[in-house]
Ligand binder design. Sequence first.
Ligand SMILES: Cc1cc2nc3c(=O)[nH]c(=O)nc-3n(C[C@H](O)[C@H](O)[C@H](O)COP(=O)(O)OP(=O)(O)OC[C@H]3O[C@@H](n4cnc5c(N)ncnc54)[C@H](O)[C@@H]3O)c2cc1C
Length: 164
Amino acid sequence: MSNWGKDHLGTGSSEPLTAVIIGNGPSGICLSYLLSGYTPYVKPDAVHPHPLLQRKLAEAPGVAILDQDLNYLSEGLEGRCQSPVALLFDALLRPDTDFGGDMESVLTWKHQKERAIPHVVLGRNLPGGAWHSIEGSMVTLSRGQWMGLPDLPVKDWMRRKRRY
Ligand SMILES: Cc1cc2nc3c(=O)[nH]c(=O)nc-3n(C[C@H](O)[C@H](O)[C@H](O)COP(=O)(O)OP(=O)(O)OC[C@H]3O[C@@H](n4cnc5c(N)ncnc54)[C@H](O)[C@@H]3O)c2cc1C
């Protein structure tokens, strides 16, 4: 591992990296966020509109989603993809999107350093992937309030960007 890698990751050791993420688009950014120790929990006062999922979530209050049985939580969820974990995270991050709603995510994220896994993200260009080649005149397929990364709605990012 290069000195850059050591300094950048703050590991300061010659231990090999546990994970290498190839590609620094939205998928790589989200995976890196999780591997950095950012951990999803259900907000204490959140009520999910899917009654079965809500009942299952209520069985383990205060337990990180990653420590729960993801197969069990995702059973019965339907959507546009085949991956049960992706369906579950879609349902938690955008609870009623398929019905045209704009309910807020039921997740809150906590940074827990002890969960962090040393990793590096490789990309050919600046982080952002395909979004760098989307011209300003193009519109997103998703509605504006659905856009964002796990803990960063685009509207919050735009607000901060204007401030600094
Ligand atoms: C006009 C338009 C509108 C869209 N609107 C929406 C929307 O509203 N909502 C939505 O969710 N999605 C939308 N998308 C789709 C969006 O592009 C994808 O959701 C998202 O970019 C996928 O992210 P990704 O990280 O999987 O892949 P990408 O964004 O393609 O990123 C992958 C990155 O990895 C790099 N890479 C690949 N292989 C290697 C390698 N071997 N070594 C190093 N680097 C590598 C690539 O150069 C690229 O930068 C839209 C797309 C377009 C074109």
